[in-house]
Design a protein around this ligand. Sequence first.
Ligand SMILES: [Zn+2]
Length: 575
Amino acid sequence: MSYQAIARKYRPETFADVVGQTHVTGTLRAALRKDRLSHAYLFAGPRGCGKTTVARLLAKALNCGENREGDPCGKCETCQAIARGSYLDVLEIDAASNTGVDNIRELRDMALYAPGEGSSRVFIIDEVHMLSKGAFNALLKILEEPPARVYFFFATTEPNKIPRTILSRCQRFDFRLLGRQELGERLDHVAQAEGVDLEPSARRLLVSLAEGSVRDGLSLLDQVIAGVVDAVDEQAVIAAFGLVRTEAYLELNEAMIAQDAGRALRLVDELAAAGQSLDEFARGVVTNFRNLLLLRLDARLAGMVDLAPEQVEQLSAQATRFGEQDLLALIDLAGRHFERIHRSTQPRIMLEASVVAYCRFESRVLLADLARRLEALTAGGAAGGGGSAAGGRVPTPPDMGRNPPPGIQAGAARLAAPPVSVTPVPVQPAPGPSTPDPVSTDEDWVRLIDHLMQTRPRVGACLMQGRPELAAGRLRVVFAVDKRFQVDSLCGESGAIEEAAHQTWGRTVKLELVLGDQGQNPDRQEEIRQEVAPTHREELDEACRGDDALGGLVDLMGGSPLPDSEREKWDGPGH
Ligand SMILES: [Zn+2]
């Protein structure tokens, strides 16, 4: 069965059959009933929404002898002839292929002859904006003094290209794209009439592909139906249109969260090996980031994400690992990458470069945020008197604490991958099976810090700002709420710290970094600082101080600071 066949088969025969355009059809039917139809109408709107369908219905209604309440009968000789395109008084012109003035002069001559007894002459001009200037002028002459019982129905996807002189002589109706619900119901209806079972997952995909156009939706359905026996499932749609499975995007997101470019490259390799269109995948990446942004912004926007509920659930969980700013920037980036991949003669290489860039992306944002927060920290320290940045007595800037910026939230969550867990908001220490002891002796703690100061001075400097508790092989280090920065930077170092503890204490511990109400007592911290060998104290001071600390932390994160131009871009106005 061809597309034409199914489209014709289910073409609306009454105004009530036209889906989703009741704001148009209601008004037109009322005008028909009162016999107050204008001589010229302009139907504007996206392709495949029913503009020419409504024009043909009007042509039938004007000429049908059995006209009932404004609807044509669809059965009489006249209706049938109009449907076949063989009714003399109804002329359909495609302006895209008849742009010239001669065509319109011909049309004008035709318009001047009176139509047959009891009938109306109707001109349907599709894509009317394509007419030449001369043709529009010729058309204007007719519209200025339209003969009795002559009607013009213009359809266009680009009303802005139509001269104002023409527009001012038309009644304009704007057709709209269909909502997912309406389109889904229409597809269900047609599939049912065709004796085919359309599974919800398949319908969702088709609706998504049709992008609100009934014609596209039916055309897509037709293509899928051609290849199946009695049921259309998701796999059939994916196979028919070479789509990329949603799982591929979920996998890309996981690779990004893990900042694992290798994993993303393996995904591209798998897609290429499976013969998937890399172009299609790159296009889908933009939608994927858009979906993540929606879910990140507001869970109630899930209805705008064209995915199965369980996939939306997975995506929602992933969305919490990204910042809004990241996603906005990623959408922009992926859009540009898609254009590049689409045009490229080497799409695979372009796509590979893109996914690597996505996997490296978040750390850039995170570092920009870290840099900003560090600046806030040092600015706070300078305001409160020189040197107080060290020792953890920095006043908390207003943008820190309970509601960290999204980028940091995402970064912390990402870094919080096992075995380290970070509690994102202040909590009471969890009541364990036994009350946690402070580390067996304070000496043990000092020895650990000392060891780290020799091997990883910056890690030691950060760690000593926390309050240690040791219980049942678990080293729990509690940081004050305003030490999120230190916790973030220590998250990637848990292995090194556990290793250092093993070497120092001769036993295995599992590290847990926690933000709590109370971190290390500043006096005790100062004592530890005194106890650490003097050579290290200088490094420690440096690690805790202003600009140098940024360099240290950037080293710690394995990244590089953004150039000023980039920083401005991320900071943007208003920061
Ligand atoms: Zn009829």
